[in-house]
Ligand binder design. Sequence first.
Ligand SMILES: Nc1ncnc2c1ncn2[C@@H]1O[C@H](COP(=O)(O)OP(=O)(O)OP(=O)(O)O)[C@@H](O)[C@H]1O
Length: 260
Amino acid sequence: MQDHILETEGLTKEFRGFVAVSGVDLRIRRGTIHGLIGPNGAGKTTCFNLLTKFMQPSRGTIRYDGRDITRMKPAEVARLGLVRSFQISAVFPHLSVLENVRVALQRQRGGSYDFWRSDSVLRRYDDRAMELLADVGLTTYAAAPAGTLPYGRKRALEIATTLALDPTLMLLDEPTAGMTHEDVDRIVALVRRVAQGRTVLMVEHNLKVVEGLCDAITVLTRGKVLAEGPYAEVSRNPDVIAAYLGSDPSVSGAAEVVHA
Ligand SMILES: Nc1ncnc2c1ncn2[C@@H]1O[C@H](COP(=O)(O)OP(=O)(O)OP(=O)(O)O)[C@@H](O)[C@H]1O
């Protein structure tokens, strides 16, 4: 088994001459939580789009789990276990929380017409969906319409629908964005739990979350990798402090600078 589940070499994306991602070499170790951070416009979302094949790179290669996936389609890489968390907008608001997870499970099986299937098959999906809801702490919300969930719980549902696809490498796009302190703590605990037995790559602006969760981080600025390594090391890097963290290298101070 390779040490790195994901490796990119020279990953580059140009938009009509503007280079949003420029020669990025990423190395994500298997079984770790890896943070991708950087100021607004640094190229983090574009990187995610390239890795999940929502966009084709202008140059460079992407290797996932020992295979070259550079030219694959999004559905192919998802089938191989490289799965991005759905955005909240992908939650069906009028379906119940349980039904949302069941739809994701049915999709994972490629069974978009599963409503033709027998009750026993659907019950099996429901059993698995209830397990996933228990994993993300949503058991008591199972029957509620997804649209009525508080924001933090919707993000937990989004993680449950992602888990339904059985990811090996899970990409999380700002899982704590816009959350209250309490919700942040809950999602941090959840990410730590779901990361067991898999690899997580997350874009996250809250540096306290990054410090608490991530085994390693990559800092992007203007489309390029500025630094990579353990948070404690990278957060002391003078280039990183100058470009991103502000003048205060302490984590809490830095987080405040970023969120100011
Ligand atoms: N489809 C596109 N066409 C043209 N320019 C784009 C496109 N997508 C992104 N960009 C540009 O590429 C740069 C990187 O954007 P990207 O969204 O990847 O940054 P980001 O690090 O995710 O920022 P944020 O933290 O604000 O989400 C930005 O300057 C953005 O305007």
